[in-house]
Design a protein. Structure first.
Ligand code: LLP
Length: 435
């Protein structure tokens, strides 16, 4: 992931889905200014066609491989989005009982749900077994014992997959790299291997698959091929040891362009090819599971926000702060990872441009959405900005810090747009507190 301050392109790259029509931005033919007027700001706006296109691009890249796209719903668990992806045939990668509830509620069949994560609690394992999901991805020895114990108590056999940590450097932002031995994820290969006798000897465990996820926003495909090849070898060992393996899960990491790339990320086709080439030594007949998150929803969503004030700062040269009604509470990625998001003007302006920092009202200097962007000098109170590429890890990572009620969400299609999550009220923030 490239830092916000790095390589700031002066031009916002055009979007296929948030398009400029007669000077003003629209989504699926609806003016964003009309959405802002009707729903208020800040608001997340999603395009249904973009979701469909993204799903189709991933499935096309998987080509003729027998496969399941298990959407990493941590990227965006809005029920309307999940329902739409479910209607296209998508499964889910979940990491909590809460996400299990969302996935099944949205109509994703349990047979298409896998459960990742290093810290599954007993009640979450119970819920997964009760729902009869496809597989629990086991990430440690004590977790395997808990799953076996709970399955035994239920008089059932739990379908599990072993998540392997292949010790491959995904060469991405350290916070989103998950495939190295110094991260908390998965089991080192020798430890995964050592679990095979335990797994195969238990009437309460069924080894249904092997899995890995080396990280997000992969800048090159070589680490992916390397990890998938190691996983394929391990899958072969499992089969040879007698495991009834059905799937090989290669994780997520399909990259998306945010607009400040020095060099393009690998295309979806190249990503699919990298998976295929890693699978060369895999046993026959396995279904390949992939877990894209941002690649399905990132580009489909943007954060619509309105300028509250424009303020001259001090310093040399003096800074210009564009203070908007969205903040790190709505979109924490810039503050957390110095992530870059393109900032577009809803209404075009012919005015000259000068650098400005787009910041929120939260009382933290790290509360910024964009730094040093070339924005029109006449930008003023009431103007609307669109923070692009915010469909993934945007609303989902929102907080109510500073008692700010989380933003509304709107889903647009060719016919209409509708609010798919209402803006929380201030009162709702204290509903669970004592009077
Ligand atoms: N599978 C597993 C097991 C994961 O942990 C993740 C993401 C994915 C799939 C999906 O990764 P994706 O395809 O979206 O890159 N908050 C960060 C991203 C954290 C990703 C955590 N795991 C961000 O805003 O960039």
């Amino acid at each position: 992931m490239r830092a916000a301050s790095e390589n700031d392109p002066q031009e916002v790259p055009p979007s296929r889905f948030f398009r400029r029509e007669t000077g003003a931005l629209s989504v699926e033919g609806h003016a964003l200014s009309a959405i802002a007027d009707e729903v208020g700001t800040p608001t997340y706006v999603y395009s249904r066609s973009a979701l469909t296109a993204a799903y189709e691009e991933v499935t096309q890249a998987m080509g003729t491989l027998p496969h399941l796209v298990a959407y990493a719903i941590k990227a965006n668990g809005n029920l309307a989005i999940l329902r739409h992806l479910a209607s296209l045939g998508c499964g889910a990668d979940i990491v909590s009982a809460g996400e299990l509830w969302r996935a099944t509620r949205a109509g994703i069949p349990p047979s298409k749900i896998v459960f990742s994560g290093v810290g599954k609690r007993d009640e979450e394992i119970e819920a997964a077994l009760e729902a009869d999901i496809r597989a629990i991805h086991v990430e440690s020895e004590p977790e395997l014992e808990r799953v076996a114990e709970i399955a035994k108590r239920r008089g059932a056999a739990a379908r599990v997959a072993l998540r392997v940590n292949p010790d491959v450097d995904a060469k991405t932002h350290p916070y989103i790299a998950t495939g190295l031995h110094d991260t908390k994820f998965g089991l080192e290969l020798p430890r995964a291997r050592a679990l095979l006798p335990r797994l195969l000897g238990s009437p309460h465990l069924l080894l249904e698959g092997v899995a890995c996820h080396i990280g997000s926003q992969l800048e090159t495909t070589a680490p992916l091929t390397e990890a998938v090849a190691l996983l394929s070898d391990f899958a072969r060992e499992c089969v040879e040891a007698g495991a009834p393996l059905r799937s090989i899960d290669v994780g997520g990491g399909w990259p998306m362009a945010y607009g400040n790339e020095h060099a393009p990320y690998p295309s979806h086709q190249a990503f699919g090819d990298a998976i295929r080439s890693g699978l060369q030594n895999a046993p026959d007949g396995l279904e390949v599971i992939t877990e894209p998150g941002r690649a399905l929803v990132g580009d489909a969503g943007a954060l619509l926000t309105r300028v509250i004030y424009v303020k001259r700062g001090g310093g040399e040269p003096a800074r210009r702060f564009v203070i908007v009604d969205a903040a790190m509470t709505e979109l924490i990625r810039p503050a957390l990872y110095e992530a870059y998001h393109a900032v577009d003007l809803v209404e075009e302006s012919a005015a000259a441009r000068a650098p400005a920092d787009v910041v929120g009202p939260v009382c933290e200097s790290g509360d910024f959405l964009a730094l040093g962007r070339h924005l029109p000098v006449d930008l003023t109170r009431g103007d609307l900005l669109l923070i692009r590429g915010a469909g993934a890890y945007g609303r989902e990572m929102a907080s109510a810090y500073n008692a700010r009620p989380p933003a509304a969400e709107v889903l647009a299609d060719e016919e209409s747009f509708r609010v798919v999550r209402r803006r929380a009220s201030v009162a709702s923030l204290s509903l669970l507190e004592e009077e």
